[in-house]
Design a protein around this ligand. Structure first.
Ligand SMILES: CC(C)(COP(=O)(O)OP(=O)(O)OC[C@H]1O[C@@H](n2cnc3c(N)ncnc32)[C@H](O)[C@@H]1OP(=O)(O)O)[C@@H](O)C(=O)NCCC(=O)NCCS
Length: 134
């Protein structure tokens, strides 16, 4: 799993208990996963379809640096399934896990459209392809 994005937990991200507010974390994850799906499917029109149980494994506090990890586990016909973990960047302690997030690839008509992808595409391979094309 690649941990691309880091976040710095700030006062505005906290709940009344003084720890990271779950809603802030979910917003970050949904955006991170959407970007991942867009990049993998090569289409900006993707929407969140399904999110499985969310396990808030441990609390995060103001000043913590956390990192968001996403990886694709399944490529369907019009969907892509991702799994997600958020952990403390310094201690590597797990903060949240989501086993399954499903995004659907849409066509211009807003309906599910086949994406034609079957496996994870890595940036280094995309650059290689671009070079080969030129
Ligand atoms: C996304 C949407 C267009 C899909 O419509 P739909 O009628 O469910 O479409 P389909 O039944 O053709 O399913 C599309 C894909 O989603 C998958 N899917 C549908 N329901 C699912 C569920 N509950 N869990 C997991 N996958 C599901 C299907 O298996 C299919 O994948 P596949 O083609 O890879 O096999 C529609 O549900 C929608 O607009 N939802 C709202 C999306 C949204 O607003 N999200 C929040 C903001 S981003």
């Amino acid at each position: 799993m690649n941990f691309h994005t880091r976040k710095w937990v700030k006062p505005e991200d906290l709940n009344p208990n003084g720890t990271l507010f779950g809603g802030s974390l979910l917003r970050w994850i949904d955006e991170e996963a959407a970007i991942y799906a867009i990049v993998q499917l090569g289409n900006q029109r993707v929407v969140t379809k399904y999110i499985s149980e969310i396990n808030f494994v441990s609390a995060s506090r103001q000043g913590d640096i956390i990192e968001l990890g996403i990886t694709a586990t399944e490529f369907g016909r019009t969907s892509i399934t991702l799994t997600c973990e958020v952990r403390n960047k310094i201690t590597r302690k797990s903060i949240l896990t989501v086993e399954k997030m499903v995004f659907v690839n849409l066509g211009e008509d807003g309906l599910p459209a086949p994406h034609g992808r079957t496996e994870i595409k890595y940036v280094k391979d995309q650059f290689k392809e671009d070079e080969a094309v030129e």
